[in-house]
Design a protein around this ligand. Sequence first.
Ligand SMILES: Cc1ncc(COP(=O)(O)O)c(C=O)c1O
Length: 327
Amino acid sequence: MIENFKRVSLGHFPTPVEHLKSISKHLGGPQIYIKRDDCTGLATGGNKTRKLEYILADVLDKKSDLVVTVGAIQSNHARQTAAACAKLGLKCLIILEHRLKKAPEIYETSGNVFLNKVFGAEVVLCPKDQVVEDYAEKIIQERISKGANPYFIPVGGSNHLGELGYIECMREIIENQNQDSFSHIILATGSGGTHAGLVAGKTIFQSDIKIIGISINHNKLHQEERVYQLALNSLKYVNHHPPLRDDVVVEDEYVGPGYAEPSEGMKEAFSMMATREGILLDPVYSGKAFDGLIGLIKSNFFKSTDKVLFLHTGGSAAIPAFEWAFE
Ligand SMILES: Cc1ncc(COP(=O)(O)O)c(C=O)c1O
């Protein structure tokens, strides 16, 4: 039935799964695999490609001529939205908000900020004293008064449409695993749609795989409730019974000093993945999520017979803006 929802093709699917042989041996715990959603093919890849395939189908349906979205300064969602709009010939307006306490100028000009412009998007900075959604609403009203037909995508593309992309990803994971199945999926959880889509998929396909979100911002209770509500909403949208509350699990010990603020654990995880597997993580999401996986292994959370899938959600396009974080 998920096939019944409209979707535009933006990425390369299914994404590959690789065995992290060197890291699995180094950590001495369960075998670790990585699903390369950082290789979705759209504008250096990332988790937003799957979400945007469903959201932009709705944009085309509504005959909107201007896509508006919001995010942190180094938002990967913004960059992927800009690229998807370029591909579909749509105008794109991105409103970015400051979230770091202190950051060098390069953080505001390079990485995703630079790429948004490369993809032809209009980029506006939200004044520091305003809430980004309120500011976006003001701009949308202005554009409507000038005759535009804008379409607003919420932060991270996390809504019932975006989550269809991760219901589909869950199906892909279940269908593509060979012989023995994965025991756990570990991923970064932020605006929550990726995590919620996987939980909704687990519910629909009656999978035993345990899903653990590593929070990159909020505390456990806040994030679990947010993901649960999103999963509930997407399952309602596809006419399915609700998820189990216990299927939504978040670990919140790996946020470090705050959202996008570098942590020692993130730096170690980033370096381990680069030097042992030749794979780039990112400092804000996948780096902290992989730090979470390392922490769980070190605390003997897994059995040695477990088979763990780390979902790489992308973000490496932000690395040039974070060079200072590794100094
Ligand atoms: C690279 C990367 N990973 C993970 C996430 C978190 O995904 P979600 O917002 O769906 O929780 C994001 C969100 O922006 C992201 O850019």
